[in-house]
Design a protein around this ligand. Sequence first.
Ligand SMILES: [Zn+2]
Length: 313
Amino acid sequence: MWLLMRFTACLIFAVILSGLGFALAQEKHQIDPMLPGSLNPEPLPPLQNPNASTPAKEMFARKSTPVPGRPRSIGIHSKGCLAGAVPLAMNGPGWQVMRPSRNRYWGHPQAVHFVERLAKNAKKIGWNGLLIGDIAQPRGGPMLADHSSHQNGLDVDVWFTPMPDHVQSRKEREFTEGTEMVTPDQLDVDRQVWTPTHAALIRAAAEDPVVVRVLVNPAIKKALCRDAGSDRTWLYKVRPWYGHAEHFHVQTACPEDSPDCQPPTPTHANDGCTTDLDFWFKESTLHPPPSKPKPPLTLADLPAACRQILKAR
Ligand SMILES: [Zn+2]
């Protein structure tokens, strides 16, 4: 009887805990924190009998080197992969890579050149330097955690925290937390941390010729709309999305060398500052009901060329 009572108590506790975990997961989806990395990342154990239903992310996450040769972005940002990836240098003139343990600092050369250019342009507006989050895995493809995009090596995450004045240690890169630019009620930017230079940095990214879209938190888009003044041509590329309160996400166009790259749907040709924004501040968008996670992508969901990318030595 005693044992049964203990078992029941444990069960109740486990149910409460899993409920809490679910609530936390929901919260994360809203706030989108930069998860900490690791100083000693353990290599993933080999996959036992991968088959047609094995999630593609399990396979791509186990590829620690790129496919050598000419660069090719394949598929779309949310279903794709990458050949000929190049690494972004850990430290450049005006940038530093964050969370290196994730090994997601690989990209099509176009994405890397974008970072180099943005770092230069950022200096001109008084931004000390860029902290760069995820670009892509060495062979692109779906990732084990956090992202459904960044698969074809053309997306770049840039932190809203400026680069510090020193070369950061591994520990700082893996564990420093990003700064939330949005108030806890998600209705506006936090004026304690948000500055006109943040807006200028987003504008510099949006005005880069290879950039097709910049995703920011809806409260940030609202602030940009409010403060943009009369020159609003760049605003159409900046679009609201869930999370993105600590970093912004830059999507670059399909490069000419990549015939298998599929361009994302073009943004609307307006500044997105009127009724388009209303949806994002509805109660049901700010606090969506729990939804079932989508089943993970398998290799069959990705372009056929991604099989070769995985197989290549
Ligand atoms: Zn991103």
